[in-house]
Design a protein around this ligand. Sequence first.
Ligand code: GDP
Length: 247
Amino acid sequence: MTIHPSPADTKPAGTTAPPAAGITPAEALGWMHTAKFLTTAPQLHFLPPLTVPEIAFVGRSNAGKSTCINTLTQQKQLAFASKKPGRTQHINLFSLGKQGVTDAVLADLPGYGYAAVPKQDKIRWQQVMANYLVTRENLQAIVLMCDPRHGLTELDEILLDVVRPRVEEGLKFLVVLTKADKLTRSEQTKALSIMKLQAGGGEVRLFSATKRQGIEEVATLLWQWAHPPAPKAVAPAQEQPAEPRPE
Ligand code: GDP
């Protein structure tokens, strides 16, 4: 994929932070802005099998997931489509990619923990979610939204248990601490360090849609995860000259 230099690249050296892994924050945001609704499905087996990296957004209802997706993609309504009646329990996919070429997909998973949902629906949701998180082959990363004023809920912990084996095998994992503007500076620092301990080696970022905090950082990280460096080709083993036989 060719990346065109953004205005930030043309500034004199030393005036901007160096781009992380070949992309500037502005380019990462430009990439996020290409998000388009792709499809919606009530269960995993209705989703199209895809080969591009998929990044799943999960979190309890009201954690700020839709606002986070809309802010990252700079589109007011994108994730609120997932809140339309009939779609709240669906997995919604959004394609990403410049020049109309999809190079990654965002998956917006249904928010959980909403008290008014009937028990049967909650159980069904857990099965759909677990099935998706455990078996979706092109899943590259999980982004868990957490309101730091409430911390991880029981359902968040269950989700962490479900994904742990895949995270140990290399699946990327990010906890986004939403609504950071509701915390003082010292509460933010504390929430960040507590979550780093709980995130089992995953990344943690503070995020505020209203104060526009953490947006570029999260966009850049997601771009990096969706564009991992190609594995180095392993050189074919050279034939070793035969050792002289011991006399
Ligand atoms: P979802 O159910 O996880 O999709 O959550 P929403 O995105 O709908 O947000 C739930 C509530 O939190 C709404 O009232 C939002 O306006 C509010 N909210 C979301 N993000 C932020 C934020 O960064 N700061 C503040 N102060 N409120 C937020």
